[in-house]
Design a protein. Structure first.
Length: 291
């Protein structure tokens, strides 16, 4: 039996329509659930999920882009119809088989997830993609970062995969008694009234940290593994590149990316941003906190 459930993440509301086989795999969304049945005008987007014996084909679509940046990262095959609708085939790894397809309207607000079996990976990635696309025009950035909250302020750690963002976040938890992990992999940034705020999300990578909480951003750090701990301010070009590297988006979606570029500029003009050469030790947290 299909059920509609409503969620609110970083102030943006969406609806998931699915049967219990899917909903049972969405416990990470529980902190963000709302019991209010919203009208379409109140929703940013809606996702339906359907089980099928055969996934949608590219009939009527043109393959535009294949995103497979690393062997251990998902592969996304992005296609578009002449009417502007989107089809994104999703595979868990670069060389693995497609396990689900996300069909989106031209404005991304209505979508259907097709899969042969209900699975958490598929619905998480479908919702992350749809959320990032729809909210790009709303001063919102879906980030690849780790975030620690301390003294009601947020400290965000950026870096390429394997740099040690989660490790550095854990050092803050060891050093500062009042520090807590807000999100370990996919926080949400919003810019409004010259203020940058970071929010927890239902998506947090390998660490189960699904907090419906937020904090004003005190500082953002680009991490780099080094033989000693050294902190310096990022230049504007460095800050822009660091943010762009860490934001979820696809360059082929020009309007979406234009919105993301504009929000990134607002972030780097508002928040303090640093380059942190660091070791995986507690002193790195102390050096960063003095920034």
């Amino acid at each position: 039996m299909e059920t509609s459930r409503y969620y609110r993440v970083a102030g943006h509301s969406f609806c998931v329509k699915a049967d219990t086989a899917w909903l049972d795999k969405m416990n990470n969304y529980a902190p963000f659930a709302t019991e209010c049945k919203m009208q379409n005008a109140e929703l940013c987007f809606s996702l339906n999920s359907e089980l099928t014996n055969s996934l949608p084909t590219l009939d009527g679509y043109k393959l535009l882009f294949v995103d497979s940046s690393d062997d251990d990262m998902p592969r996304l095959e992005v296609s578009q119809s002449e009417q502007g609708d989107w089809l994104i085939a999703m595979a868990m790894f670069r060389h693995s088989e497609v396990m689900a397809c996300l069909q989106l309207s031209a404005d991304f607000k209505n979508a259907t997830l097709y899969a042969t079996t209900p699975n958490k990976w598929a619905i998480d990635n479908a919702l992350m993609l749809q959320y990032a696309f729809v909210t790009a025009s709303l001063g919102t950035l879906e980030m690849h970062a780790a975030v620690v909250k301390k003294d009601d302020k947020a400290y965000i750690f950026l870096g390429k995969s394997g740099t040690g963002k989660s490790t550095h976040a854990r050092q803050w938890l060891k050093v500062f008694a009042d520090a807590q992990l807000l999100n370990d992999d996919n926080p949400i940034l919003r810019v409004a009234d010259n203020q940058v705020t970071v929010y927890g999300s239902p998506w947090s990578g390998k660490t189960p940290c699904y907090k419906n909480d937020s904090a004003s951003v005190e500082a953002i750090y680009l991490l780099h593994q080094a033989p000693k701990n050294v902190l310096r301010p990022l230049t504007m070009p460095e800050a822009y590149a660091a943010m762009l590297m860490s934001v979820s988006g696809m360059k082929i979606m020009k309007n979406t990316m234009d919105n993301l570029y504009e929000t990134i500029v607002q972030v780097i003009q508002t928040a303090k941003m640093y380059y942190l050469d660091c070791l995986p030790n507690e002193d790195a947290a102390c050096v960063a906190a003095k920034g």
